[in-house]
Design a protein around this ligand. Structure first.
Ligand code: AVJ
Length: 332
């Protein structure tokens, strides 16, 4: 696998360590800019992609195991139940392109269902996750060529060095829900360009549902989701010389029915002043920082959105309780 990875990941070139350090520095600079800008704006906000440092990623992994958090469990069950049927609808596939490096479990189920597959290309901003995922998957699927690509999959336009062949895209976990409709449309259009003519796309999308199920999924009894949100402030303290007192902010999950999304905020429990990179930010009691959106779609709503980016529905699979959907799309 090392030789396969070297073409795209440049793991063993002498400049790799320098490139990695440069990427880390650029990421910290981007975080600093986003935090200073986001805390200055009204309403205050910090983009959700910064939730996933090492600690945040580990906490998200814990979320996926919670009783209240159904998406991972139900999507995995859908792949288990319908993998064969999905593969039949997909048709011949040489190359699987995954947006994000995935949990491994869901990807493995899909790989197992696709008999003719010879190449797996995960795209992720985190080189560490990519190396991990690549190792795990090539171990589980000997004979499969793994070619990881380091990059922001919302912006990666082409897959340099990728082989020719029929492509299937895979974007699981309803990660697309983090994006506004406008950004989701842009992502889907970019994916169409990247995957190319005649490709297919399998996307996991969370469904609209009763608030009795939805709210606890984003505000669990054990406080794991709260810890995940508050880690963003702890990350500011660690990386940007911040002095947030994480006990003085509360995780708040609510449903915005007009936008069809869960919104997560961190609310200030007192009036307080916080310093970040030498700058002061005064919070009134109750003032909030918006940290996340998680959009929910009915099956026809998502199909309509995908159509605006050139994707036609092939089929959608849902569970018996209508909690989650898997959409197979093809380029028109
Ligand atoms: C990773 C974006 C799919 O929106 O359900 C879970 C993130 N945040 N609990 C989601 C998340 C809080 C998750 N996604």
């Amino acid at each position: 696998m090392a030789s396969d990875m070297s073409s795209l990941l440049a793991e063993d070139r002498p400049s790799a360590a320098a490139a990695k350090a440069a990427r880390r520095k650029a990421e910290t600079a981007a975080f600093a800019e986003a935090v200073l800008e986001g805390l200055s704006r009204r309403p205050r906000s910090i983009p959700s992609r910064f939730l996933y440092d090492a600690a945040g990623s580990a906490l998200f992994e814990d979320i996926t195991k919670l009783e209240e958090y159904y998406p991972t469990r139900v999507e995995t069950a859908l792949l288990e139940a319908f993998g064969k049927e999905i593969a039949e609808c997909v048709g011949d596939t040489d190359i699987l392109v995954e947006f994000g490096s995935g949990s491994g479990r869901k990807t493995s189920l899909l790989i197992d269902a696709l008999p003719g597959l010879d190449t797996y290309i995960p795209i992720d901003v985190s080189e560490a996750f990519l190396v991990e995922a690549a190792k795990r998957l090539s171990g589980k699927h000997p004979g499969l060529t793994v070619k990881p690509v380091v990059g922001d999959f919302t912006r990666t336009r082409t897959l340099v060095g990728a082989p020719r062949g029929a492509r299937l895209g895979f974007f699981s976990g309803s990660t697309i829900g983090n994006l506004t409709h406008e950004d989701a449309k842009a992502f889907l259009a970019n994916a169409a360009h990247l995957l190319g003519k005649d490709s297919r796309f399998l996307i996991g999308v969370d469904l609209k549902k009763s608030l009795d199920i939805l709210i606890p999924a984003y505000d669990d009894a054990d406080g794991v989701t709260a810890a995940f949100s508050l880690n963003l402030l702890a990350r500011v303290n660690r990386e940007l010389d911040g002095d947030f007192d994480t006990t003085k902010f509360a995780h708040q999950a609510s449903y915005n029915a007009r936008e069809g999304r869960i919104e997560i905020h961190l609310g200030s429990l007192t009036s307080q002043t916080v310093r970040v990179l030498g700058r002061s930010f005064a919070f009134t009691k109750g003032e909030r920082i918006h940290t996340e959106n998680s959009h929910k779609y009915s099956v026809p709503e998502f199909q309509a959105l995908a159509a605006t980016a050139g994707w036609r529905p092939v089929k959608a699979w849902t569970d018996a309780e209508d909690l989650f959907s898997l959409h197979l799309l093809r380029l028109a």
